[in-house]
Design a protein around this ligand. Structure first.
Ligand code: PMP
Length: 459
């Protein structure tokens, strides 16, 4: 391929990157990734980089699995495309629907396919409103979500999300979507214990339902663990209380498992980790381990029976795309046959947790949290208080992420939290490498931040 600088110049000139400003691209040039195998990326300079984010939390089985490439090639030759509109179907969509019904908890026995998480959550907005229409309760339209949630990037799914920065760019949220607080104890819990705070945040759901009137509320949507919001792991009291409220109130519960699905928490689904019984579950990412774009809404017997009464005027050209479905099926076969979820639960996650919690002793680290193979830590200027930095949120996180990149470790930052969500197939020795590079990066970033005069807590 062309020299890196040339590739970067063309990239900056013609390629509009998500979530990236032009001047940043022009100044630094994006890292050009050329190959990947297992848990390691190779860039255009030949550097070997440990991918502790599994791409964007999706490459659960790791890179370079030839089986998926072979299945894709075979399917492309046999039937590269057909749709599932107007009374047609095909074998890969049928087989994947059956497999998902088998794997999913409870009676989530039906799937409406999409090409990713945003599309699936757009589907969910329509599904829940349509459900209540057909139930003779057309006033039940409001969907309650949470601040700092991430449910996608389309107008509908970004409206479900609670990212104010996104809402400000394009007139979101759309009507009838409201947001309650997130269970983020570290920065928002004040003097409460985590358990008190978790209960308080859960009860905001009940208060919001009462405020709006139950007759207006269609659904509550939440990620079992907020991912893009910073891997916010709720206090233990949170989910049991939300479960109680959802059981007592006549609303649907949508679990967005785009990140937490397919083994990430050490269970097949985060809903099993927290004993949730969603009426609808959003899946994407780990469904195909990112090898093909596919997502879907898994739907309970109860909801499917109502929706299916009449034509649901909704569908994407690529709903259940045969190549993507075949790839997803092969990915699920590998997850099952290689017992990767057991590997997470019994080996990788406990070892990662042991290492991750050691980082809590670092002067730069305020807290460490982890469930399964998703972990985060709070950077801090002062371990004795749970407070943000004086510098604007993300300044210190960005500096730390740069040090990680420099040490060939992909870690992400959300404001001033550092995140990892590695491929589930990581071995103990991969985790040792992750840990060594993380410590080195934290040491270096701590020094940078100190020297820049930014090691200061907000008032
Ligand atoms: N929901 C969650 C919880 C996500 O993390 C994401 C993607 N990060 C989405 C939905 C959107 O999925 P996609 O990017 O495939 O549209």
């Amino acid at each position: 391929h062309m020299p890196t600088a040339e590739l970067q110049a063309i990239d900056a000139a013609h390629h509009m990157h998500p979530f990236t400003a032009n001047d940043e691209l022009a100044k630094h040039g994006a890292r050009v990734i050329t190959r990947a195998d297992g848990v390691t990326l190779t860039d255009s300079e030949g550097e070997q980089i440990l991918d502790a984010m599994a791409g964007l939390w999706c490459v659960n089985i790791g890179y370079g699995r030839d089986e998926l490439a072979e299945v894709a090639a075979r399917q492309m030759k046999e039937l590269p495309y057909y749709n599932t509109f107007f009374m047609s179907t095909h074998v890969p969509a049928i087989a994947l629907a059956q497999k998902l019904a088998e794997l999913a908890p409870g009676d989530l026995n039906h799937v409406f396919f999409a090409s990713g998480g945003s599309e699936a959550n757009d589907t969910n907005i329509r599904l829940v409103r349509r459900y209540w229409d057909l139930m003779g309760k057309p006033d039940k339209k409001v969907i309650i979500s949470r601040k700092n949630a991430y449910h996608g990037t389309s107008m509908g799914s970004a409206s479900l999300g609670g990212m104010q920065g996104m809402h400000a760019q394009g007139g979101m949220p759309i009507p009838d979507i409201v947001h309650i607080g997130q269970p983020y104890w570290y920065l928002e819990g004040g003097d409460m214990s985590p358990e008190e705070f978790g209960l308080m945040r859960a009860r905001e759901l009940e208060q919001k339902i009462d405020e709006l009137g139950e007759g207006r509320v269609a659904a509550f949507i939440a990620e079992p663990i907020q991912g893009a919001g910073g891997v916010i792991i709720p206090p233990d009291s949170y989910w049991p209380e939300v479960r109680r409220i959802c059981a007592e109130r006549d609303i649907l519960f949508i679990a967005d498992e785009v990140i937490t699905g397919f083994g990430r928490t050490g269970e097949w689904f985060g809903s099993q980790h927290y004993d949730l019984s969603p009426d609808i579950m959003t899946v994407a990412k780990g469904l195909s381990s990112g090898y093909a774009p596919i997502g879907g809404s898994l739907v309970s017997d109860k909801v499917a029976a109502v929706i299916g009464r009449e034509e649901f005027t909704h569908g994407y050209t690529y709903s259940g795309h045969p190549v993507a479905a075949a790839v997803a099926l092969e990915n699920l076969r590998i997850l099952e046959e290689e017992r990767i979820v057991d590997h997470v639960r019994d080996e990788a996650a406990p070892y990662l947790a042991e290492k991750w919690h050691q980082l809590a002793d670092h002067p730069f680290v305020g807290e460490t949290t982890i469930v399964g193979m998703m972990a985060s830590l709070a950077l801090t200027a002062d371990k004795s208080v749970r407070k943000p930095f004086k510098a604007s949120p993300g300044t210190v996180g960005y500096m730390t992420r740069e040090r990680c990149f420099g040490n060939n470790l992909i870690m992400r930052h959300v404001a001033d939290r550092m995140i990892v969500a590695p491929p589930l197939v990581m071995t103990k020795s991969d985790i040792d490498t992750l840990f060594e590079r993380a410590v080195k990066s934290l040491d270096e970033a701590y020094k940078d931040v100190k020297e820049a005069g930014l090691l200061e807590t907000a008032d």
